[in-house]
Design a protein around this ligand. Sequence first.
Ligand code: HDE
Length: 672
Amino acid sequence: MKQLDCFRLYDKRTTTNTGTPVADDVNSLKGGDRGPSLLEDFIMREKITHFDHERIPERIVHARGSGAHGYFECYQNFSDLTKANFLSEQGKTTPVFVRFSTVQGPRGSADTVRDVRGFAVKFYTDEGNYDFVGNNMPVFFIQDAMQFPDFVHAVKMEPDREIPTGASAHDTFWDFVSLKTEASHMVMWLMSDRAIPISLRHMQGFGVHTFRLINAQGQQKFCKFIWKPLSGACSLVWDECQKLAGKDADYNRGRLWEDIENGDYPQWELGIQLIDSTDTPFDILDATKLIPEEKCQFIPLGRMTLNRNPDNFFSETEQVAFCPSHLVPGIDFTDDPLLQGRLFSYLDTQISRLGGPNFNEIPINRPICPFMNNQRDGIHRQTINPNKASYFPNSINPDGVPVESPHGFTTFPEHMKWSKTRHRSESFNDHFSQSAMFWNSMSPIEKEHIVKAFTFELSKVKRRHIQERVVNQLLVNVDLDLAHRVSKNLGIEITNRNPVHKIELAKSPALSQLNLLSGDIKSRKVAILLSDGVSKQEVDYFSQELCKLGACCKLIAPTLSPVKTSSNETITPDTTMIGSPSILFDAVVVPRQGDNIQSNGVFKHYILEAYNHLKPILLSDCFRVFLEKLELSPDHGLIIYKNATHDFKSFTTAMASHRIYSRESKTLYIPA
Ligand code: HDE
């Protein structure tokens, strides 16, 4: 992006920050070789002082993030809906910077925790920066910004011991959400597989609030924004997440980085649900409610491609400052009380996080269009304003600049007639109908995962009365079957015999992730396991064919030493089985090879674990007895082949279905 170019430093010489060439960057100035260091050493003092201040406060929420550059391409002219310039022309491209994040954990926490994921996109449009600051779930825990600090205090680590890191499985979180039942819908999302995405490119993004689109004639329409991943949406399994948190805490971050480095660019389609009438069963200003896609269709607006990794994590990903109040003409807010609070909060937080009011002058935050006003001075000011007058109106600067734009941002003139109140609207009172709709829209396997997630989380809660309240005041009111299944696992009695009345809502198939697969195997990671005596022909065949379909293969052997093939050639592996365990891959291929590997414990564990995590596995028939000994029976994802080419298609079909969920009940007996 051009606005970053003049800030990139490529100079070859080491200098001080003021450009004095440094002759010795290794030894401090001393009185004699073994004498005391001298205060005079301005070079050392500058170096150490700068180092001492290398850290800035991490974000209170969304501290752990990963960023990438890219562009957005508009599908057509949408000026009938909005005057937003980046949506005005077919093929118009707008640079973007995206930051994905987890919410609860600190900067150094693991990627694969059960959590909401932030999905923030900065569009550098011709009419200013537009920040889309959303999540990978379409609803939120609370309805009014006034309770955000309470919610965050409850979900963050407990204040006495700072435990747990990156998890909501603790007393204060469950205490709060069971007392504030408006959270029930979001809690259902959090306990679902949506909270453990397989990678950042495999998740949807949502603006959550209702926004307005405004066209040049001043006509407005309400809308919801949604990002749909072209890779489809799918998830890890929970055991895998926990293991990844130890074996590769940077799993999601690394996968995004590698895909972009490999030229396998993640893409999303941005679309809207246009809300033609506010006559919906739920208030469109209530951020704990969604509008089912079956009731209000998704209209695609354009496509985003992420094609460049940042040069420097701190300068770009850490210093990027998103604010929902960064808006462009053609888009406007609504009175959603959660959104209204956010409009204040983000600007305020950037001022303390980035040290002052000039954070928009940091290269990653600067608009690419011209910008000018009469704001002046402040800490770390970069801009040099040559104008003599810094006020409006003035008669001193040529033409009295800067002047207002006739087509600048104008707020939609909503008619207001209310009296001041702290009252919560009655239309926000239904806390459970959509939670039940979400549960009912899940497939049986997704329901089972939700039951297991509640069981896991609540078994970490120490106070019995909180567990009991979650079951009786939250789950019973969502669905009795759900409540019974969780209560049985926790040994809790159901005492609430009067669940609240709910509106019966139709199932929404768009909510089930099993309906959101891409149908291909692009960007899937495949482990090809080899040892001495391996068939080179088969290794080449599998690698080439998988690569043609867009998958990414790694050749993995017991050690990094070259493997001798059955045709007396050698293959140098990419990595080892210990270094790249099965949890780093989406599928495993084991070509024909010698017997030695069958007694290797790491290999056995590799296969058992991949099986346990429901991954497609393709093995040569020389492993038939080996599989019998492990008590693994073939299924439509555990495929034994005689002829590599015959069964390859069944394997890629299994890969396209992501995980072999029908296997799940069998994995209870597998020790891995
Ligand atoms: Fe945020 N949120 N939030 N949030 N949020 C922050 O801003 C806040 C909410 C979201 O990658 C903070 O720069 C309030 C909803 C994302 O840099 C902070 C309320 C949604 C990110 C803040 C909410 C989000 C943040 C922390 C309720 C989805 C990361 C550091 C009124 C629509 C952006 C920062 C990035 C970050 C406040 C609720 C998304 C403290 C007060 C709802 C993706 O300002």
